[in-house]
Design a protein around this ligand. Structure first.
Ligand code: IVH
Length: 685
């Protein structure tokens, strides 16, 4: 599933080589200057690999200042602090085959296959740092520099989350790890910089580099530290009692209160076999999109210290560890225009129209710009080169402009003065702008209706946007409940066909029988979607109980963030008249008894985490993924999209492929469609 992250550039003659070296040097110099580079990571990697390839073929042309073979490309600030133990870099592989080769060479070096297990942890995308603790106090921070000497970064003490200024037990040790800006810290950093008229950081990594280097700023930017190792300091013997493995050392580091990756869901795990390590790499890659910080790979290390020592290190990297690089999830492209769209709850959201660019396996043309405050904080302009982020299934987003690449031809982004939907007023009091008419009154009306009739809500097939628009314009429909009062004549008029009207009458009658979770979902309550609607319906059972719930009671619903409960409760109350109309229309307001959280003895999937793959047939025919997930949750299970160690059941339909292979590899229980249908028979409608 992984693809090559950076194909090497092919340099055909000496002139091309010379110019590539110049380009690489300029880019690293800029990066180590103010943190902003003119090249993105993937292009830099491709350039560096091209240079290395040319040098292999033409050793006589190698320039003394070539970045090849130098930590930080040879232009990292050297700094004044000597490292006690060299701060090395990591060698890279790009696929499973590369990992196997690394393992084989490791086995050769230590004279036997790795026996002490493989430690697998994220390759955090920030800046390397050594934190020196003496007698329990954080006394000095040192950057990587050229690996032998680093710059003193002690001015950052106190602004780094995860790096306490004091640790228990009077420990003396040097802890090594990565400093980074989490997504939230990056957004906050650009807000702070905007308030101080400083140009925005184009992405979290550059922001980290710039932040660590700056000494005399009138503001403080908070960063985060994750430890990935430790070395002895002053011969204090901290590691001596640490059990002889990477895992044990990291546990000791964590016990000091210093943050390690174990605090995250992709944190350090140790596996006995390389196949398991490879599976974990793929799992981390799948989780990547949703992480609160950036990673650019996964690091696999021999866990056992004796095996690490036997393997040894080269001048640049240790032989006992390898970075498995993941494909880039960032790209640079041009912002061509900004569109303003209206969401289902009436909010007005800016969307970037981009010069199409390939990132993480798909071509991206649009990306979210979040809200007007984001545009203000980043100072984004039309015509800017922007950093785009897209991983997995998340909505692509613009990180920030690359201000260094401005030409002067960029223009300001016009903010809408009137609601783009209805031309009415905009409520600009919050961070998100809303049509002053609100979701039900204003122009959020149409998106809300489209959502309500959607396949995963009331499933009123055939009621497309054109007909909905006609019904709204004719003044017949204001909200979802009005749909159930339409006459055959009105439907025929709006759709221009008696036949369509008859079909719709049938679909509307069927919609009245939908379970509460779908009816609730159709209301489009803020901060809720399909999953939460199912949880709310299961928890309360009836619409009356949902309406009577206080914010505190709502906060008890599984997966519902307590902070959102008051907003949800307020919106449910505001929807009172719509709900009353739905009741009057005869729409079902209960969740089937067997599906409720308190239903006795009918939770065959209680405690199970279930993944579905392949096409469904037989008793499950026609159920799409959402419908299968509904079914799993009704039967008490947790539905998930990907196979991991947590998965307890894989339902394999026709054409099951990689997920089935993965489940078999992990020894997960695999059920055919028939077997699964029998298991949850009580819940099949
Ligand atoms: S181990 C001697 N582990 O990646 C071992 N490095 O490309 C050297 N990095 O300089 C480092 N996450 O700044 C290690 N889990 C991790 C890491 C990690 C990020 C960085 C580190 C290093 C660079 C090498």
């Amino acid at each position: 599933m992984t693809t090559t992250a950076a194909p090497a550039l092919s340099l055909t003659d000496r002139a091309a080589y010379e110019s590539a070296v110049e380009q690489a040097l300029a880019a690293s110099a800029a990066y180590y200057g103010d943190g902003e580079t003119t090249l993105d990571d993937a292009s830099y990697d491709a350039l560096a690999r091209g240079i290395a390839g040319y040098e292999l073929a033409h050793p006589e042309h190698v320039r003394a200042d070539s970045p090849t073979g130098k930590v930080g490309g040879g232009v990292a600030p050297v700094g004044e602090v000597a490292h006690t133990v060299a701060m090395l870099s990591l060698d890279n592989v790009f696929d499973a085959e590369g990992l196997v080769k690394w393992d084989a060479s490791l086995a050769r070096r230590i004279d036997h296959p790795v026996a002490g297990g493989y430690a697998v942890e994220p390759k955090l995308d920030g800046a390397a740092m050594a934190a020196r603790y003496r007698d329990g106090r954080l006394v000095q921070l040192v950057g990587r520099g050229n690996g032998a000497q680093g710059e003193d970064l002690s001015h950052a003490i106190g602004s780094i989350v995860g790096l306490p200024t004091e640790v228990p037990g009077g420990a003396t040790v040097e802890i090594r790890g990565e400093v980074l800006l989490t997504r939230a810290q990056f957004e906050r950093a650009n807000e702070i910089r905007a308030a101080h008229n400083a140009k925005p950081f184009s992405n979290p990594r550059n922001g980290t580099a710039g932040t660590l280097r700056a000494k005399d700023r009138p503001y403080t930017i908070e960063t985060t530290f994750f430890a990935y190792g430790a070395v002895e300091l002053d011969g204090a013997g901290f590691l001596a009692g640490a059990g002889g493995s990477h895992e044990a050392v990291m546990a000791r580091v964590a016990a000091l209160g210093v943050q390690t990756t174990t605090a995250t869901e992709i944190g350090l795990r140790v596996y006995g076999t390389l196949a398991e390590a490879q599976a974990r790499v793929e799992e981390i890659q799948r989780l990547r999109a949703e992480l609160p910080f950036g990673i650019d790979g996964v690091v696999v290390k021999a866990n056992d210290h004796a095996e690490q020592d036997a393997a040894g290190s080269g001048t640049r990297h240790p032989h006992w560890a390898i970075a498995y690089k993941l494909p880039p999830v960032e790209a640079r492209t041009k912002l061509l225009a900004v569109e303003w769209n209206i969401g289902r709850t009436g909010h007005i959201a800016p969307r970037a129209v981009l010069e199409p660019v390939e990132v993480d396996g798909s071509t991206v043309t649009y990306a979210t710009l979040h809200n007007p405050a984001f545009i203000r904080n980043t100072g984004l302009m039309v015509g800017d080169t922007v950093v785009l982020y897209k991983a997995g299934d998340i909505i692509p987003r613009v990180e920030a402009p690359v201000v260094a690449l401005r030409t002067g031809a960029e223009t300001e982004i016009p903010l809408p003065e009137a609601c783009p939907g209805c031309g009415g007023e905009i409520d600009t009091s919050g961070e998100r702008w809303e049509c002053a008419g609100g979701a039900s009154g204003g122009c959020g009306k149409l998106p809300a209706l489209r959502y309500a009739v959607g396949r995963d809500q009331l499933d009123i097939d055939g009621l497309g946007v054109t007909y909905l628009e006609a019904l709204v314009e004719a003044g017949l429909v204001d909200d979802v409940a009005d749909l159930f009062f339409l006459t055959r004549e009105q439907l025929a008029e709006a759709t221009g066909s008696d036949k369509r009207a008859d079909a719709l009458i049938g679909r509307l009658a069927a919609a009245k029988e939908q379970p509460l979770n779908r009816v609730f979902c159709a209301l489009g309550v803020v901060r809720t979607g399909r999953t939460l609607s199912r949880e709310i319906a299961r928890h309360f059972g009836t619409m009356d109980a949902v309406r009577a719930a206080t914010p505190e009671e709502l906060a008890e619903v599984k997966k519902l963030p307590a902070a959102n409960a008051p907003k949800i409760a307020a919106h449910i109350a505001a929807l009172g008249p719509v709900i009353d109309k739905l009741v009057a229309a005869g729409v079902n307001m209960t969740e089937p008894a067997a599906d409720r959280a308190d239903a006795p003895g009918s939770r065959p999937l209680a405690g199970e985490t279930v993944v579905v793959t392949g096409g469904m047939h037989g008793p499950l025919a026609g159920l799409n993924r959402n419908a299968m997930n509904e079914l799993i949750e009704r039967a008490g299970g947790t539905a998930s999209g990907s196979v991991s160690k947590k998965t307890t059941i894989l339902v394999a339909g026709e054409g099951a492929g990689s997920k089935l292979a993965k489940a078999e590899q992990l020894g997960t229980r695999v059920l055919g469609e028939e077997e699964f249908a029998t298991l949850i028979a009580d819940h099949l409608a």
